[in-house]
Write a protein of this length. Structure first.
Length: 488
């Protein structure tokens, strides 16, 4: 038997001014595509050949240019048509929030799955792995046979889930039977910072999913938080349960209803957890913390959710605050023009420039005077590896013990290796500001104190303040509602 595989992932934020181009993607083909998907041994161990199309990976970004999507989609669909007479099933890794500029329906995943099902017909098995921060609909779910997303946020179980779904597709291919998922689409729309898996209600929801999946009647199940960073009629949470056999459908419908009801009854628990505050108060709390290293997350410019990294709000707050002698690193501000200016400066040289792209109040330019102290490399962290994206620059600001990292694109600094690539040691600082919402998995053990600053920006955490036009209404928490109404 042969399995067709493809990968396309990105969280696309329509509130970011720059669209992603094909050059922003990591594109892999052949064996490199297969190895990047972490499932080679699953299929080959079952005696199945893998037919790769394309691995198209993109860090969280603005919307994707239509030309870039057309290129990727053509690679997938052309390969599918070419090998249609050979393949027995399809295995896909798709995010669920890949918004395409100018595409009818907005979402790449929904368009791709519809086209693939049209090509292969009604009965070929299709298995789909998703990020929980992606949107699902009946149109998507019922065109597939297996749909499952990661459980954990932060996503520590990505590879585990990719491999689990591959194993489940092997099971289906080796014992063919009708397999149609059950879905309950909920009018709940919250961001990732209100749905961390270590906190309620997600902790209990995930426990309920695990317990249900232990029953042989449930082939797989998952809770999809959804994505709120582009306006789309597909927004909202969802429970997806896949029956093992058609006779198990009634039981799986009960499971889906039970988990959906729990999520609805406990919707008020979808809230910010840990320390969070307004930007000025967040700075004051970090400055008052007696130990090191304290972290402030600039949640309105979260590069891990598509933020552009242009925000200068936290830099302005720090410059205006009494930091009690604390040493601070702002990591960082995305300003390609400032990087170009600093490329001509020698380390140790004094420099004066405006930092900030000045598109709006969030990215308002800040006059900076100081010495260039370090030239390093801006590096994205993905799959345990670093991918450099250009030179970064550390400027030590005059009359303030503040270092600001000027970066050439939207890098989320979440690992010690990234700080090292930039030429600094995270623990040399008392306070570090990063472009995140909840802390990155690898940053948590390095951090003594953390506060999430509720800044404005493209990833503003108060979803009630985002002007949606295309979503289902009523939708909680935008609307005050008591009765659970399934969207579809």
């Amino acid at each position: 038997m042969k399995v067709f595989v493809a990968h396309m992932t990105s969280e696309c934020n329509e509130h970011v001014s720059r669209d992603a181009t094909l050059d922003d993607f990591l594109l892999l083909y052949g064996d490199e595509c297969i190895d990047a998907m972490n499932i080679r041994d699953i299929f080959e161990g079952a005696g199945m050949d893998i037919v790769p199309s394309i691995f198209a990976g993109l860090s969280p970004s603005g919307m994707i240019e239509r030309a870039a999507f057309d290129f990727i989609a053509d690679k997938m669909l052309s390969a599918l048509r070419e090998h249609l007479s050979e393949i027995d099933g399809i295995y896909l890794q798709l995010h669920g929030a890949s918004g395409i500029r100018g595409l009818d329906g907005v979402s790449a995943e929904h368009w791709l799955v519809r086209r693939m099902r049209e090509i292969v017909g009604a009965h070929m098995p299709i298995a789909l792995v998703m990020d929980p921060h992606g949107n699902v609909t009946g149109d998507l779910v019922y065109r597939t046979n297996i749909v499952r997303c990661y459980r954990e946020s932060p996503h520590i179980d990505t590879i585990e889930t990719e491999r689990l779904v591959a194993e489940k597709l092997v099971d289906l291919l080796c014992r063919r039977r009708p397999m149609r998922p059950v879905m309950r689409k909920l009018p709940i729309m919250v961001g990732g910072e209100r749905s961390v898996s270590a906190e309620e209600p997600m902790r209990t929801i995930n426990r309920m999913l695990d317990e249900a999946e232990a029953d042989p009647r449930v082939f797989s199940d998952s809770y999809h938080v959804g994505y709120i960073r582009h306006d789309d009629d597909k927004l909202g949470a969802a429970v997806v349960v896949v029956p093992n056999d058609p006779a198990d459908t009634a039981h799986c419908e009960q499971v889906a209803d039970r988990i959906a009801a729990y999520a609805w009854e406990h919707r008020e628990e979808f809230r910010f957890t840990g320390n969070y505050d307004e930007p000025d108060a967040s700075v004051a709390r970090a400055a008052a913390y007696p130990g090191k290293t304290a972290v402030i997350t600039d949640s309105g410019d979260n590069c891990g959710a598509g933020g552009a990294g242009y925000g200068t709000i936290m830099l302005r707050e720090l410059l205006a605050a009494d930091l009690h002698g604390k040493r601070v690193l702002v990591a960082g501000v995305n300003d390609p023009a400032a990087c170009k200016r600093l490329a001509g400066v020698s380390v140790g040289e004094h420099v004066e420039f405006d930092l900030g792209v000045n598109e709006d109040e969030v990215s308002a330019a800040v006059p900076v005077a100081g010495a260039l102290s370090v030239v390093g490399q801006a590096a994205m962290a993905s799959g345990g590896q670093l991918h450099t994206v250009g030179a970064s620059y550390i400027v030590r600001i005059d009359a303030a013990d503040i270092d600001v990292l000027v970066m050439p694109r939207n890098v989320q600094y979440g690992t010690m290796e990234q700080f090292a690539a930039a030429g600094v040691d995270f623990h040399d600082y008392d306070i570090v500001v990063v472009k995140m919402g909840y802390l990155d998995t690898y940053l948590i053990p390095e951090t003594a104190f953390h506060v999430m600053a509720l800044t404005d920006g493209p990833t503003i955490q108060r979803s009630e303040h985002i002007p949606f036009k295309r979503i289902f209404r009523p939708m909680w928490p935008i609307d005050d509602m008591e009765e659970l109404i399934y969207i579809e």
